[in-house]
Ligand binder design. Sequence first.
Ligand SMILES: [Mg+2]
Length: 259
Amino acid sequence: MRLDSPAQYLFGRTACSVLERFLDRSTLFAFDLDGTLAPIVSNPDAAGIPGTVRKELSVLAGMAPVAIITGRSRPDALRHLTFPPRFLVGNHGAEGLSGWKAREKAFVRAARDWQRQLDSLIPADQRRGIVVENKGSTISIHYRQAENRKKAHTMICRAADRLVPPPRRVRGKCVENLIPEGAPDKGAALKLLMRQAGCSKAFFAGDDETDEDVFRLNHKRILAVRVGRKNDSSARFFLREQSEIARLLREINRILGRS
Ligand SMILES: [Mg+2]
């Protein structure tokens, strides 16, 4: 899908036939997890995929390959999925891709090293509301629970600036993600999965900054949708809110069921 006009509401009058024209059984269906399949909740451990979404996903998985590409680690994501997807890529693309095992070990070493450095860069007594989560191949520093989020974010950025070697940093919703240089992002992961699945097309839905790596691909065989409108997003299509995912999946299943 080419990026040549402002983002369109996927269920709006001008865009509503786009799914119909694009999707078929040669399509790989990839989804982000938090904020996309599952609503964002203040306690990430409590995140869950609503029953209607789960039901539609399992119908879809019976007709086409389904991939989950998430910022969570794979074991963590599996706890929140009630079905095993055909592909599960964790750590924003840096975990679980075939052919990347050896390099993943280097990412894990880098993350462990940053965690050690962060222990002294953000001392325990200044961590109120800040959680450093080592997810294996990457690190996420959460500050949703911080009393003053702006102040917490500034402190996190100052610490991240001093990390050696410097990580690729991607800011998310109340989270700063630290990603090893050279690790595949979600865009690279999706292209690899298409090859692996033998799919010439892909559909993708995501809601956050790391999903922009897919939106920016501007790939004519990838239809990507952002959950939630954002002016500076590269996504060509958007849904207004996370709750519309159930309708989206119903539409996809209706279209595939016919073809
Ligand atoms: Mg997300």
